[in-house]
Structures are given as structure tokens and as C-alpha cells.
Ligand binder design. Structure first.
Ligand SMILES: C[S@@+](CC[C@H](N)C(=O)[O-])C[C@H]1O[C@@H](n2cnc3c(N)ncnc32)[C@H](O)[C@@H]1O
Length: 412
């Protein structure tokens, strides 16, 4: 059952170090003092309005100086990450968020990947009664979202967690794991800020520690995998998560090289990939390190496992009439979304029966025909959007609802 949570507080489940300087994101950042610094890592911290005092000295919450940031069509700063298909997400989810009241009062949106808060900000702006729960496994992203969404602090709760812990996060806030939220948004993958933070080791274009953890507190880095997994496991990761056809050669090169010098940096790995991948193949199919870096990032962060667990929990969390939108940027993730969504809209009535058996009708209907893509104008403005696949569903029935008397099958 829904209970009204303390939305003026943020709930932080895992501890992390004091906020990192934000200068790497925003070279012209200024600072506002915040009691968040003293309490980082504890539960129940107050979200400090971004408009708080700023004296330009070190410490405190980094507040982006808009002059160095991009702006969207509404003149708002993009905080280092341009949200993809934002208007379409709003269009798809708003009907579920305005069922009780046109301003979103009584509705809850779960943003499972809050990132820089770009999607969230638009929903909160347009629906002044809406409550929003934002999850992210990256504490730096939560810092940015907290700053950006400070003016909505009384309606926003940010939680540091993986999205496969949706049920736990909802329970902590007093929401039931089933049928308690009106809409869910997943904007998968890494954010531009994560890629731009050179020292996090996500980008093959820069030399940095071979890390790639979205959550710096998680136990395994890319270097750990490269230096300790056996050759067969490396081949498997490169094939499965990178669809890398030279997986065997690359793994053999890695095992040979690490016996002499363990890998510590992205540059070492990029250098090895140039040697391991045959020259003709290096000239086609993008940067030779692209697939290996993607594979390692997916393995380090268990991205596919996390998504596989999170989607069923997210679907269960939706009320009847509730909606979900997922934005995926690579085929492995999109395949998982596509399959799970296909199962969700499928009828459980045995084939051949002329009518739906009570309790066996589809729980969801599809809101999109296949996957939607960004249009040319958006792709031109935001290169990240070129890869996006958007899929959306609406919940139409309770789970195993014996009162489901739909007359025809597959009314999706
Ligand atoms: C593409 S960004 C989201 C950007 C956001 N929609 C915006 O407009 O600013 C994806 C975010 O999801 C987070 N993320 C990725 N995998 C996650 C997981 N398993 N659990 C929680 N957060 C995750 C990343 O840390 C990143 O901040």
C-alpha cells in the first residue's frame, strides 16, 4: 500500500566518499555550501536548493555555471547530458501520470536511471503535483541530479541503488513492490558525463585507469577482469557482450601480455587491441577498441543481468493503467526489452480457444509499433540519439486477474 514518503529527504542506501569535485564535468563550476558534505553517506539528507549561498570557495555542492553547458529548446541547461526522446517520453507517460489530476497530483514516476535528471526535470516542470523517485547506481550522477532538481526537492527522492533493487527501494519508501507506481522510465546505459569523466576509464579515446565501474564502490574493475579471468572467460565476455569476432585472438594476446605486465590503463589495452586485431579489420567497423570496451563495461557493471532482473520488477510495480518506457542504446539490451515486453503483452490462454480464459489475458498492451527511433533533427543535435530504440507498454490487467473478462485475445 502506498504511504506518503518524506520527499524533502533523500535516502541513500550505500555510503560513498564526499562529493567529487565537479570540475571534470563543468570546467566553470562554482560551489555552494551544503550540509550534504558533512553527512554524505548517511540516510535522510536534506536536498539543498541549488540557489543556496555561493561564495566561490572550495567544498560544497558543485553548481554548474550554465555558460559552459549546452541548453535545450526550453533554454534550460543540459547539465552535460542531452536527454534522448524526451518529449516522446513525456507524451507516452503523461496519460498515466494525469489519471487522478491533470497536474500529476497523486501520481508517482519512478525514474530508474536518473542520470543528470534531464528527463526527470521535464516531467517535474510540466506536472507540478507529480512525485518522482530517482534511482542511480552512480553517486556522481545523483549529485548532479540533486543539484539540477533542487527546486523540486519536496517532490523528489533520490536513491543510490542498482535498478534491479526496485522492489527494495520502493519498500524503503513505504510503497508496495506491486501496483504502486504510475509510470516507470529506464534510459539505459552510460551517461555523457560518465564517458566524459576521463579518469573513470569508460572511454578508449583517453588514457585512464582501466576501471569502468558506474558505482565506484562496486567490487570488480575492468582491470580485475582483464588481469584475472581465464582465457575462456575473456573470450566469452568479448563474444557475448561485444560481439567481437576476434575474441579468441584478443584474449590470447591479453593472457600473454599480462604475464609480463598486468593491465592498469586504458591505453595499454587499446595498444594491445591494435596489435591483436588484423590490420584489414581495423580499417572497418569503427574503432578497434569499441567492442572490447563495450564488452568489459557490460561485464564490470553486470548490465544485462541487472536489466533482466529489473524489468519484471518494474512491470510488477505498475498500477493498472500505469505505463513504462525503456530507451535502449545497444542491441543486447534492446533484445532483452523486446523479449520481455513481448511476453508481457502475450495472452496466457491456450492457442485455439476462441475466447480469453479468465485470468489469462495479457497484462500489458504495447504503446509502440516495434521500436521507435529518434528523427533526423534529434540525431543531428544529439549524436547519442542515433542508437536509441524506444519501447513502451501500458498495464491493462492485474497479475492473474480472475476478473479479466476481455472478450477477444490479444487486445493489444
Ligand atoms: C543514459 S543515463 C540517464 C540520463 C537521464 N535520463 C538524463 O536525462 O539525464 C543512464 C544512467 O543510468 C545509470 N545506470 C546504469 N545502469 C544502472 C543500474 N543497473 N542501476 C541504476 N542505475 C544505472 C547510469 O549510472 C547513468 O547515470
Amino acid at each position: 500500500m502506498k504511504r506518503s514518503a518524506t520527499f524533502s529527504k533523500e535516502y541513500v542506501r550505500a555510503s560513498w566518499s564526499l562529493p567529487e569535485p565537479t570540475l571534470a564535468y563543468f570546467p566553470n563550476a562554482r560551489f555552494a555550501h551544503s550540509d550534504r558534505d558533512q553527512g554524505a553517506g548517511t540516510v535522510g539528507l536534506t536536498v539543498t536548493p541549488a540557489a543556496a549561498a555561493s561564495d566561490g570557495t572550495g567544498g560544497g555542492v558543485a553548481v554548474a555555471d550554465d555558460s559552459c553547458l549546452g541548453r535545450d529548446a526550453f533554454g534550460q541547461s543540459d547539465f552535460g547530458h542531452v536527454p534522448v526522446l524526451r518529449s516522446r517520453c513525456v507524451e507516452l507517460l503523461t496519460p498515466a501520470l494525469t489519471r487522478h489530476h491533470p497536474d500529476g497530483t497523486k501520481a508517482v514516476l519512478l525514474d530508474a536511471t536518473i542520470g543528470a535528471g534531464g528527463h526527470a526535470e521535464r516531467f517535474l516542470d510540466e506536472l507540478p503535483g507529480l512525485r518522482l523517485i530517482g534511482l542511480d547506481r552512480d553517486p556522481s550522477a545523483l549529485d548532479i541530479a540533486r543539484t539540477r532538481l533542487a527546486r523540486f526537492a519536496d517532490r523528489v527522492t533520490l536513491i543510490h541503488t542498482r535498478y534491479d533493487a526496485i522492489a527494495v527501494a520502493l519498500a524503503e519508501l513505504g510503497y508496495a513492490p506491486v501496483e504502486s507506481v504510475d509510470a516507470v522510465l529506464f534510459d539505459l546505459g552510460v551517461s555523457s558525463m560518465q564517458l566524459d569523466r576521463v579518469e573513470r576509464g569508460f572511454a578508449y579515446a583517453h588514457d585512464a585507469p582501466l576501471d569502468m565501474r558506474m558505482d565506484p564502490a562496486s567490487p570488480v574493475t575492468a582491470a580485475d577482469i582483464v588481469n584475472t579471468y581465464d582465457e575462456a572467460a575473456l573470450v566469452d565476455i568479448l563474444r557475448r557482450y561485444g560481439e567481437e569476432r576476434f575474441a579468441r585472438r584478443i584474449a590470447a594476446h591479453i593472457v600473454r601480455q599480462r604475464a609480463e605486465t598486468p593491465f592498469t590503463s586504458t591505453a595499454q589495452l587499446v595498444d594491445l587491441l591494435y596489435r591483436a586485431i588484423p590490420a584489414p579489420a581495423r580499417r572497418t567497423g569503427g574503432h578497434p577498441a569499441k567492442r572490447t570496451f563495450q564488452a568489459l563495461r557490460i561485464a564490470v557493471n553486470d548490465e544485462l543481468g541487472s536489466l533482466r532482473s529489473a524489468l519484471p520488477a518494474a512491470l510488477d510495480a505498475l498500477v493498472v493503467g500505469g505505463r513504462i518506457v525503456v530507451l535502449a542504446y545497444q542491441s543486447l539490451e534492446d533484445r532483452i526489452v523486446k523479449r520481455m515486453f513481448a511476453d508481457a503483452v502475450a495472452s496466457g490462454t491456450p492457442a485455439g480457444l476462441p475466447v480469453e480464459l479468465p485470468g489469462h489475458g495479457p497484462r500489458f498492451r504495447s504503446l509502440t509499433h516495434g521500436a521507435e527511433r529518434a528523427d533526423d533533427a534529434e540525431m543531428e543535435h544529439n549524436r547519442r540519439s542515433a542508437a536509441v530504440r524506444l519501447r513502451a507498454l501500458q498495464r491493462v490487467e492485474h497479475k492473474g486477474d480472475p476478473h479479466n473478462h476481455a472478450t477477444g485475445k490479444g487486445h493489444s
